[in-house]
Design a protein around this ligand. Structure first.
Ligand code: ATP
Ligand code: MG
Length: 412
């Protein structure tokens, strides 16, 4: 079965709201094993909405619309569906009573404009909306000799999602085909290097393997489709094993794992504590580390030591800063050491570098030095990030520091 999503609303085209409904519906359809080939946004305009709906019905078995079910003149989804199918909407007595009851309970008079929310066309079934006034529509019709399903859902996600789950999903004539998805989260390999390592694995369709660049590294999503979830899992299993072999130590997590959480677990397992000293990342590393519950058991604290005097005041050796400069591997290591000492932590982590747009101490924009320190072991890493913008350099530096810490912990 092939599905198409149609989000209705001029706000979407103006960029005033983001089309989260489509993303949510697309994920759920994928889980049901229904292919989504097109996803479109269209404004509150009857002729363009009809045009989009006509095209969707020509190529897709299931068309899911969201938005435009309100009572006002620019809510046109019902009108468009009725006109395309050549049916005439009529007020449904049951829906009208329900609607009037809703307003009665609020102690308000129902504006007559709202009456169109009680409309139905002959081929539509009303979908209950316990969270708002607009019922949805589930329409089964023949279009050009083909069997089509049109679903109209309210725009507000709090109304749309429960309606989809309890009213639409059970009605869909889906085969039992199911999708199994497993995500690997990696660091230290670019997308093209990762593809090179995986070779033919990324070219096959079922199971499929696709990579996505994220702020915490490259994610690899393996998906398999079969009649049942167990069947899909069995199909994916050999590929998962092969990916683990090929990517090995570059994999820091899977599925819902987050880098700060993985690090917290490692530290807790070792019974060790961590402190941080940051320069160019300005607290981003500490913010990530403290984003997970239970961080206080392993994270002692962090400081932003932005200037050389601040670094010296926090115990960084002035002679190292003078000899090597504050943007140097030596300075990063000294900062990591100083943070561990200042906070009485077992390990120290530090980041220094040039976020731009100007050079510092003749070091180019994007130069970053990271260090992790312990009495018995230490490691540094230098990066030359593309000189794009401050925000990106700072974020990438922060996640590279976390990844360095993670891989160092793995190797200890
Ligand atoms: P209402 O009865 O509230 O008017 P509606 O079905 O007519 O509902 P819209 O008027 O299109 O829906 O949208 C109402 C609100 O729902 C929007 O202001 C927005 O907050 C949210 N919304 C609509 N469409 C989307 C979407 N595709 N993704 C996320 N939110 C949306
Ligand atoms: Mg509306």
């Amino acid at each position: 079965m092939r599905a198409e999503l149609l989000s209705v609303g001029t706000e979407l085209l103006l960029g005033e709201i983001i089309d989260t409904n489509s993303a949510w519906l697309a994920r759920d359809l994928a889980e049901l094993g229904i292919d989504v080939y097109w996803s479109l946004r269209v404004g509150d305009n009857l002729s363009r909405l009809k045009h989009a709906l006509t095209e969707a019905l020509a190529r897709s078995d299931l068309v899911v619309l969201s938005g435009g079910l309100g009572p006002t003149d620019d809510d046109l989804t019902r009108e468009a569906i009725a006109e395309i199918l050549g049916e005439t909407p009529a007020v449904d007595a049951g829906l009208e009573a329900h609607l009037r009851g809703f307003f009665d309970r609020l102690g308000r008079e129902m504006p007559e404009k709202n009456l169109k929310q009680a409309w139905l066309i002959p081929s539509a079934t009303a979908l209950a909306n316990p969270n708002g006034t607009a019922p949805g529509w589930y329409v089964e019709a023949q279009v050009g000799g083909k069997r089509r399903i049109v679903v109209a859902l309210p725009g507000p996600p709090k109304e749309m999602m429960p309606m989809w789950l309890s009213e639409v999903r059970p009605r869909l004539p889906v085969s039992q085909s199911a999708l199994f998805i497993h995500t690997f989260k990696t660091h230290g390999l670019g997308e093209s290097h990762l593809a090179e390592r995986l070779g033919a694995l990324t070219a096959q369709a079922n199971p499929s393997a696709a990579s996505y660049a994220k702020r915490d590294g490259v994610h690899l999503r393996v998906a398999a489709k079969a009649e049942t979830l167990d069947g899909a899992r069995a199909l994916a299993e050999p590929v998962l094993g092969r990916v683990r072999e090929l990517l090995g130590r570059h994999i820091w997590g899977e599925n819902e794992d987050s880098l700060p959480e993985v690090i917290r677990c490692r530290l807790e397992a070792r019974g060790k504590t961590l402190a941080v000293m940051e320069s160019l990342t300005g607290g981003l590393i500490a913010a990530e580390l403290t984003s997970v519950a239970g961080a206080s058991a392993v994270f002692r604290g962090g400081v932003v030591a932005y200037s050389a005097p601040a670094k010296r005041a926090l115990g960084v050796s002035g002679s190292i800063l003078e000899r090597f400069g504050s943007v140097s591997e030596e300075a990063a290591l000294e900062m990591a050491r100083a943070s561990a000492r200042q906070f009485g932590a077992d390990y120290g982590l530090a980041a220094t570098g040039v976020a731009g747009p100007h050079e510092i101490e003749n070091q180019p924009v994007g130069r970053v030095h990271l260090a992790v320190y312990a009495k018995e072991s230490r490691r540094t890493k230098s990066l030359g990030l593309p000189a794009l913008n401050r925000e990106m350099i700072r974020e990438r530096a922060a996640f590279a520091a976390l990844a360095l810490l993670w891989s160092w912990l793995e190797a200890l």
